[in-house]
Design a protein. Structure first.
Length: 586
């Protein structure tokens, strides 16, 4: 180039590096926050759903000390704090869930960034690759069950503490961990366990990490970090002592399940593990209640194929660990993190999407290794990654809409799991709660054709009877409630029978049902509330007030008794104010 051309060429002023470093991170963080809150906005005020109702609705009636003494004290304290903030208004619960998810995403960035450093990924790629992995963790639709579902907080909160402990381990000041760093890891590990038990996998991940990177494929790192592993070994023994009774005697998860052995569950998980991988790669057909049959033998439903494929991947990852250390490490990390819920400990549900929340880190590392090796221009790669994140956010927004109400959730679930009785049972409740009683009765009828799953025949008959009564079919309602009373004669079912009889003005059967309920449990407050309602209908306000007061002595929060007492007082006042008839002859 000539000197003249050089003289006329415009001089571009360089952008000060300091300006970029000051503003780029706040801008990225703010943009990510806006995007994730938008993605989960449809579920921001979703009601308590499914297990939320048994887990959270009785929070106000229990003290902090009572919640702290539960199996997951850290998790329950977080719920207790939400209750202190907003009572049963779910808005604060959902906000906290999204914030926990954001913090967990930040920790995924930190641990991924350090692993990329140890894997000798090019300096210029480490930050963008770690950022992409963190954003994919943040916006991936498979995460929605752990974020939009309030009971799913056990996954996100335990994962947050887990990766906080892992980050301290990775960013320790010396190669050999000191006592202070070891103590911090252990404390955060205990917080993770206090949120959910699956985080017991941390020691295995630490051992894998030390073997893989410190130095590469050597046991020197493990031996050098004895200050951490010795207390963890002792803690593992104490943990087995603490959780062994639960594993041996629980009815929904553990070795006490008569109809499901540990090896049958393992056979099933040989297939299930590939469902999780498929959901990560191609997240369509997400479902809160999977219809996934158990493999009772290694040959049933192709379990042997899953085993062979899994073993092949394990062998390949080991064979090529030096050529692809990052992807191989990610694969083994994924298996370790899935092991607590997808190996030999039987769980009633063989697949639950929220379990992938904890283990997705390993798959993200495989993605990072693939992206670093793609031979396309950086601008094209950046555009492709941005498109993936945008599609993920849109899919998460759509999935959050499904989680926005009980009816949308179970309508979606029943469509995807038509042969799952629990789907019909929960959809029936959704219809009933929305006032569509005829549809509720129809779904309860469909549920009755399946073997019980997630409900008892007694519960089905009671709920079915109530929906029939609501649908103006009192004869059918009495039939179902009577069947329930034959199975389990409880005060509750007899009070519901009394209600139906009272609505039909059949006062003899009304009184008989309430007497039966009182004989079973004289302290059941609904007995006296319903008896008061009957007295009101018979224009006996004084007797009604006595019954309502009795009910409120037993349960001061019983709403029908509160409303009935007010109505009885008004009825009594009207009686007292009514003009008296003038006697004849005066």
């Amino acid at each position: 180039m000539s000197k003249k051309a050089e003289a006329v060429r415009p001089v571009r002023k360089p952008i000060p590096a300091k300006t970029i470093s000051v503003w780029i991170w706040p801008a990225c963080i703010l943009g990510a926050l806006i995007l994730v809150f938008w993605a989960y906005a449809p579920a921001a005020h979703a009601p308590f759903l499914f297990d939320d109702n048994t887990l959270l609705l009785n929070l106000p009636s229990r003290s902090l000390l009572e919640w702290f003494s539960t199996l997951r004290p850290i998790l329950m304290i977080s719920y207790w704090l939400n209750t202190a903030i907003s009572g049963t208004d779910t808005g604060s619960y959902h906000t906290v869930n999204v914030l926990i998810h954001c913090v967990a995403s930040g920790l995924i960035y930190l641990v991924t960034r350090r692993i990329l450093d140890w894997a000798n990924v090019e300096q210029r790629l480490r930050t963008p690759l770690a950022g992409f992995c963190a954003l994919l963790f943040l916006l991936h639709p498979v995460q929605s069950e752990a974020v939009a579902y309030l009971a799913g907080r056990s996954e996100s909160l335990s994962t947050l503490f887990f990766y906080a402990a892992f980050a301290i381990f990775l960013y320790r000041p010396q190669v050999r961990i000191g006592w202070a760093s070891a103590a911090a890891v252990i404390i955060l590990f205990l917080f993770a366990l206090g949120s959910k038990e699956q985080t017991i996998a941390l020691p295995a991940l630490l051992l894998l990490t030390d073997y893989w990177w410190n130095p590469a494929f050597s046991f020197k790192g493990i031996a050098g970090n004895w200050k951490l592993y010795a207390p963890l070994a002792l803690g593992a023994i104490l943990g087995v002592v603490r959780f062994l009774p639960l594993m041996l005697h629980a009815t929904t998860a553990g070795f006490n399940m008569a109809d499901l052995t540990w090896y049958q569950y393992l056979f099933t998980e040989f297939r299930a593990i590939f469902v999780y991988i498929r959901e990560f790669i191609f997240p369509v057909g997400l479902n809160v209640d999977w219809e996934f049959s158990f493999s009772r033998s290694i040959f049933e439903y192709g379990a042997i194929v899953g085993l062979v494929a899994l073993l092949a991947l394990i062998v390949l990852a080991w064979r090529y660990r030096r050529q692809f250390p990052l992807a191989s490490y990610g694969f083994y990390a994924f298996l370790i993190l899935m092991a607590p819920t997808s190996s030999i400990l039987p769980i009633r549900d063989p697949i639950a999407e929220r379990r992938l929340y904890f283990a997705i880190f390993g798959l993200l590392l495989i993605v990072a290794d693939l992206l670093r090796r793609v031979k396309i221009s950086r601008s094209v790669l950046s555009a492709a990654c941005a498109a993936v994140l945008l599609l993920a956010a849109l899919a998460t927004h759509a999935r959050a809409e499904v989680w926005s109400s009980e009816l949308t959730l179970w309508t979606d679930t029943e469509a995807k799991s038509p042969d799952k009785p629990r789907s019909h049972f929960q959809l029936a409740h959704a219809y009933y709660n929305s006032g569509n009683c005829a549809q509720a009765a129809s779904e309860f009828e469909k549920t009755s054709h399946f073997k019980p799953e997630g409900y008892t025949p007694y519960n089905l008959l009671v709920d079915w009877g109530l929906s029939l009564d609501c649908a103006s079919q009192p004869g059918a309602a009495i039939s179902k409630l009577s069947q329930a009373a034959t199975l389990e004669p409880t005060a509750h079912v007899y009070t519901q029978l009394a209600k139906v009889y009272g609505d039909q003005a059949n006062w003899a059967m009304f009184d008989d049902a309430l007497k039966r309920a009182q004989a079973i449990d004289p302290n059941f407050p609904t007995i006296y509330a319903y008896r008061g309602i009957g007295d009101l209908k018979l224009n006996r306000p004084a007797e009604a007030m006595a019954e309502f007061n009795h009910a409120l002595q037993l349960d001061p929060t019983l709403e029908p008794a509160k409303q009935g007492l007010m109505a009885a007082r008004q009825q009594l006042m009207r009686q007292q104010q009514a003009p008296r008839a003038i006697p004849a002859g005066r």
